[in-house]
Ligand binder design. Structure first.
Ligand code: PLP
Length: 379
């Protein structure tokens, strides 16, 4: 059976050029990057190149990039790292109600340790309110952490405005850009972003490798004791092959940015238009304009999205329900709840996220399948 993969916001397939670049680091240049002999130096060269590729993508300096194991680790390191380092200056953090759990649960842990967290509301499209942000700032606010773009509904937050406000108030600004990398051009300095998290597997590099940008001069505490890797901020022998893969993947995706962006947007817009015009009782969630190019998120009113997913899987379609949390219980998603959906509506939500390998024919097949399934399930 042909697999039609529409869950690119969950993860992506490693692209061939990336894999090709990685392979020598498993069997030829497999030395420890800290070693002084040739194959160690080759590994170090691979690391340096990847760091430059990531730095170039964000228009930042080489030494401002730290490699990690994933987006979650980058979020933890950024938020806890800064809060622990700035503890004597204040204990207040501002974030939003629709952050990924890598940020929300990090904030929950910090609350248990005596930090105070404000969780900003979002409007019905998932955008934070800039006035609420300004009003939440107090003397002891040390960090604002707002995601660049939401993983469920695709809404892009007003990052430039947030950056300006953070700078005016002399507060550090972290953004979880895990979903934005490759989909939005990011000039970290121009946007006044102080810390930024990313994860390779969202842009065609492997799972298990991430990166964190930290503007030079910002102090943050390491979370893991051990060796002196990553400028003493992230102990552990570097995952050289995967870091090389992440570097290649970010370089390629920004080289191809215009074509890739256009392709995703046209698939997304075609899908949204077809669903709205041919399937009754649907609601598009997320902002129509400030939206990730590959994201669509619909509530199919009256449909159980988990059941719909299983039926889609039977014909080889992979998508995602925006409702159940990862433990498999049926609690509605915190993101959909925050934009005002009741649990019934939230549990009828399907996220379809487009990627490199999707074609218009795939989308036609998906639409036709959805028309039939939704109509039958509603009978
Ligand atoms: N942040 C966002 C917005 C995400 O979408 C994800 C993954 O889905 C993460 C963080 C966590 O990334 P990772 O899976 O690499 O830990």
């Amino acid at each position: 059976m042909q697999i039609r993969y529409f869950d690119n916001a969950a993860t992506t397939a490693v692209r061939e050029e990336v894999l090709k670049e990685m392979i020598p680091y498993f069997g030829i240049n497999y030395g420890n990057a800290s070693a002084i002999y040739r194959i160690g130096r080759e590994a170090k060269r691979g690391l340096d190149k990847a760091r430059l590729q990531v730095a170039n993508a964000l228009k930042v300096k080489l030494h401002e990039i730290y490699f990690t194991s994933c987006g979650s680790e980058s979020d933890n390191l950024a938020i806890k790292g800064v809060c622990y380092a700035k503890r004597n200056k204040g204990n207040h953090i501002i974030t939003s109600k629709i952050e990924h759990h890598a940020v929300l649960n990090t904030c929950k842990t910090l609350e248990k340790q005596g930090f105070r967290v404000t969780y900003l509301n979002v409007d019905e499209n998932g955008k934070i309110d800039i006035n609420e942000l300004i009003n939440s700032i107090c003397e002891d606010t040390i960090l604002i952490s707002i995601m660049f773009a939401n993983n469920e509904i695709g809404t892009i937050e007003p990052i430039e405005e947030i950056g300006k406000i953070a700078k005016q108030h002399n507060i550090l600004f972290h953004t979880d850009a895990v979903q934005a990398i490759g989909n939005v051009k990011i000039d970290a300095k121009q946007l006044n972003i102080d810390l930024l998290s990313m994860s390779g597997h969202k842009f065609y590099a492997p799972k298990g490798v991430g990166a964190l940008y930290v503007r030079e001069g910002i102090e943050f505490e390491k979370l893991q004791d051990g060796g002196h890797q990553e400028k003493d901020k992230r102990a552990g022998t570097e995952n050289v092959a995967e870091i090389v893969g992440l570097g290649k993947a970010i370089e390629l995706i920004y080289q191809e940015f215009d074509g890739y962006n256009q392709k995703l947007k046209s698939l997304r817009d075609y899908y949204i238009e077809q669903v709205e015009n041919t399937i009754p009782n649907v609601k598009l969630n997320g902002d129509r304009v400030q939206r990730l190019p590959g994201n669509s998120n619909f509530s199919f009113i009256g449909i159980d999205a988990q059941e719909l997913l299983l039926k889609l899987d039977e014909v080889g379609i992979c998508a995602s329900a925006g409702s159940a949390c990862s433990t498999g219980d049926s609690a509605p998603s915190h993101v959909l709840t925050a934009i005002g959906l009741d649990s019934k509506m939230a549990n009828s939500t399907l996220r379809v996220s487009f990627g490199k390998t999707n074609t218009k024919e795939d989308v036609d097949f998906l639409i036709k399948t959805l028309q039939e399934l939704v109509s039958n399930m509603r009978k």
